[in-house]
Write a protein that binds this ligand. Sequence first.
Ligand code: BGC
Length: 751
Amino acid sequence: MLNLTSLEESSFSPHTLDKFATLMAAGNGFLGVRASHEEPYTGQTRGMYMAGLYHRAGQGETTELINLPDVQHMHIELDGEIFSLLAGRVETYHRELDFACGELRRTVVWVAPNGRRYRIACQRFLSMAQFSLLCSRVVITPLDEDARVSIATGIDATQTNSGRQHLDEISVRVFDQRYLQGGYRTQDGQDEVIITSHCAVPAGAGSRFFAKNRRLSQHISADVRCGDAFEIVKTSWIACSRDGATPESALASLTACAEQPYDALLAESAQAWARRWQHSRVQVGSQNPEDQRALDFALYHLFAMTPTHSERCSIAAKGLTGEGYKGHIFWDTEVFLLPFFQMTQPDVARQLLSYRWHNLPGAQAKAQRNGYEGALFPWESAWSGEEETPEFAAINIRTGLRQKVASALAEHHLVADIAWAVDAWYQTTRDDDFMRKQGLALLMESARFWISRAVEVNGQLELHDVIGPDEYTEHVNNNAYTNYLAHHNVARALHFHQHFDSPDAAFIARAENFLARLTLPQADENGLIAQDDSFFSKPTIDLTRYKAQQGTQAILLDYSRAEVNEMQILKQADVVMLNYLLPSRFTPSQLAANLDYYEPRTIHDSSLSKAIHGIVAARCQRPEQAYRFWQEACLIDLGPEPHSCDDGIHAAATGAIWLGAVQGFAGLTVREGELHLNPCLPAEWHSITVPFCWQGEHVELTITRQEVSLSARLTLWIGAQKVTVEPGQILPLAAFIGSVTGSGTTQEANV
Ligand code: BGC
């Protein structure tokens, strides 16, 4: 028994409706449904999204993940009073998302304006066993007197993406006086979404059907005795023509589900969830119970957001929980999310890499348009693999001017990030088949891009006019992160080309020339690496005030972007990010020096920043600092700020919670195809257990403050020693690295 935690909401607040709609969202990688209440509230964002289902509403618009017709809403009237937690009085309220099975449960005792009390219990889940299936159960119990209960629900296609309508209603039907079906076509005619719903109502309840103004609805009413429970179970099947669904097949699938009890469908889904948890759940023995909750929360969302059904889909920056970033895909996937899947469900990681391979033509076209060779992946990607980054950011309402978004033009590190992920994948899996069929093409095309992008300056090659991960510093030359990653990209392409391809002498010569001559900013006598050519010449300012409001980009209210660009101000980890991704290129003292220099200059306005600082701090054997960063990273979505995630979950940050625990505190990494262990547990933790998949075998690693053990026979490096550990054998850590929080353990093993 894994004994998972849950996420609870103990009181109703209209101010946190959107935050909790995100935190408690349901997902199975195919669909995501925001945890909006059944009854509507003005101003909230309701939402249901299907992975990969994007549309662009008009010429000047941006492609976005379509907000699908709403099937969760219910207009509930009790003795003529409209059920709303903003009316009458809430006597008790409790809502809970059960991470183990993804079920959302709410129980409310509501005192209506007429003074009568009713208990309203709602449950819902999106099936992990049948991805198109969404089920909900609502049970209403009059507590004081017999009651007249009316519920109107159905398929509401008035739903939009903030007013932009992407779907035309092409058919609405009611079959057998029971099944509602709506067919909706994207306005570009590409895809059809078919939504079919059924409400199981108690015998004796009245039912009428209506279709009006894009709403297909069923009105249910009944007289309910005091103390009796009135229950309806709504089953919906959400399918798309892209997957071969037709109105007939959708109706047949829904009919089969509607015949089964809610609990049976839930049990089937819970089993599928249990399989995911079984080989992935990280368990920590911590003085702080919130640590385990944060890890469970992160993994729940990692499972909920990740498409496993198609390699044409990847993970959006907000998963399937909201419309932030229009549902687009960034480097977040390869660098922050992929490592979790690589170590727990390699098949899923492979699929995520395949998404980029399928989109190579778009990346090649973008490179060509910009005068480069190879593949220049879009900074923001959707279905087609074309560049989807909006040309302009939000309008400045004082000047009426729009700021151009520079990322699509210059944030090219993404190309090398994808290559980094391909290499990391191979190190973990030794999957020759993938490398031959897809990996090599990704590596070669990305390498060709870098080779063509470099410019010659005084006999050296340089990369000019780039944006590194720190988006507050734009259009610079020789961003260290970009140069090192590009170097790594070309080096790995050359390596795999020589192993898996028939040698192309021209490519080999160009790659060798690039590797020999590309500028790699070196550490100075203090161990510091310049973020770019001009960084150290810029002034610094006190960032305390902005760091206190991190995540809000408050600095941009006081300074223009151009001004921020001319100061030593980082939005997020940059050199520290480089230190994290390519640790073997730097010494322990360089890691520490750069962490200490850059962190005070980093606002952490991006959610991709904190946890990475935590991991580097752990690698510097600074458990206290690492734990502080990690805990703060856990609060990005879960913290008290009422609007922290209104637009959707910070997907990369959930991946980073796992990374922080596994790569940071457990110190488990893969380098050159071998496992390395350098634990650095915070004082508050007495143990951590990490399940992972190593070359096809499931392994469980347990680290306490004194010992380490593994559930399978494995050869790995502990500190600087290579050992073979037998299953169940308990190794005293002191023999390898002093103590788990001791110093001097970051020394690289020479393999
Ligand atoms: C960050 C990027 C990130 C994007 C999506 C931005 O705020 O600066 O690094 O890829 O958000 O999460």
